[in-house]
Design a protein around this ligand. Sequence first.
Ligand code: NDP
Length: 453
Amino acid sequence: MSDYVTDLMNDVKARNPAEPEFHQAVHEVVESLVLVFARHPEYRSARVLERIIEPERVILFRVPWADDRGEVRVNRGFRIEMNSAIGPYKGGLRFHPSVNLGILKFLAFEQVFKNSLTTLPMGGGKGGSDFDPKGRSDGEVMRFCQSFMTELWRHIGPDTDVPAGDIGVGGREIGYLFGQYKRLANEFTGVLTGKGITWGGSLIRPEATGYGSVYFAQEMLRTRGQSLEGRRCLVSGSGNVSQYTVEKLLDLGAVPITLSDSDGMIHDAAGIDREKLAFVMELKNKRRGRIAEYAERFKSARYLAVEPGRTHAPIWDLEADCAFPSATQNEIGATDAANLVKRGVTLVCEGANMPSTLEAIGVYTQAGLLYGPAKAANAGGVATSGLEMSQNSLRLAWSREEVDQRLHGIMVAIHRTCHETAAEYGVPGRYLDGANIGGFLKVANAMMEQGLV
Ligand code: NDP
């Protein structure tokens, strides 16, 4: 079987050159699926995985726009429509200078499995642009979003493909994108999720990824008779996922002690309380400032700037109990993972997509950590997007409590699927295998039933 993995990976690398993140995401899944193919050779002979790896459609387009000085700018827009076996394509849009085809393909591939795990009928997709909203005025962001949607709108629709936010795409960007879609299509439909609350959005959607990640951690701890009460938690990033991870950790009596952005990190040994979190939300969501300001405002915190060329990230080298990487891909390497173990961390729960390298995951497994992989742990965001789609179709809005309760129920169900599937396939406690296999089976069965399409 290891020949199968080697051959498949060689093929993936040859067909998709210069896409290391995509190779990494596929490799991680293939390793788990070997357990399935040993029992069910029919999936292998029908080449189901090979079909899942190939996007159903890739859309690549030019996004011209003018900056505030009237200078013409040109960015690249993407939408990867990866798999629609169990529902319309669904997945976020990322605006970040690092965006390229390989990164979006890794994200779209992950999304297929994640969406399958949510229990809701959603296929997988992802998109975005190498546009950097940082430092841009609202007018520039609006003009960019309008130009981006002027091409994208013909490819999406409430029953075809429903994008949402991701890094660099929050409420402001979704607003501009939705406005332009509505104007072009001349219809008011649930074509995007993460909408404003007065125009079709769902309560709890902004909170959902962070809250869901903490609910997943809570379930993992429960299997060992433990809770989050009093636990010191490392949280990276300071955007949407990080902020609501901190909020839910506080609700459950944990003590978050770090945050970061691409310039540096803060360590607040006294704990990030609600007042400090409110400061961060205002800083990041309104003033769009840097996390360094936190340490200027709160003397209990120290700031460490990112050092170019460093071999490890200091945020993962602090005494703590739990880690919630919530910034970006590959933020935890092998050295960082070893530092986490050394510093007493017993749980890693991934709010970001693929924040741990394959080597880091090896370290977690070796050390017997509770490891909640992204496609399970951060699925609360897209699950609540699914709930937003349901509310749009029903033309009604559920209360905050109702959505939160459904989100909690979905995270408990995802945890159960991962836990039970891992045990069923002979690798108890290995949530990564449980998530990959659980996510795969539903999509694979739908593809087998729908024939070669
Ligand atoms: P935001 O744009 O709100 O925040 C991203 C945060 O991560 C910022 O603090 C940003 O810092 C930091 N960051 C981004 N890129 C880098 C980098 N290369 N190095 C260091 N820090 C970086 O995004 P979200 O919170 O929405 O997304 C965070 C992660 O969660 C991503 O991996 C995303 O795919 C994932 N995710 C998000 C979901 C959602 O619902 N929003 C759903 C599921 C997963 P800076 O401001 O300096 O760029």
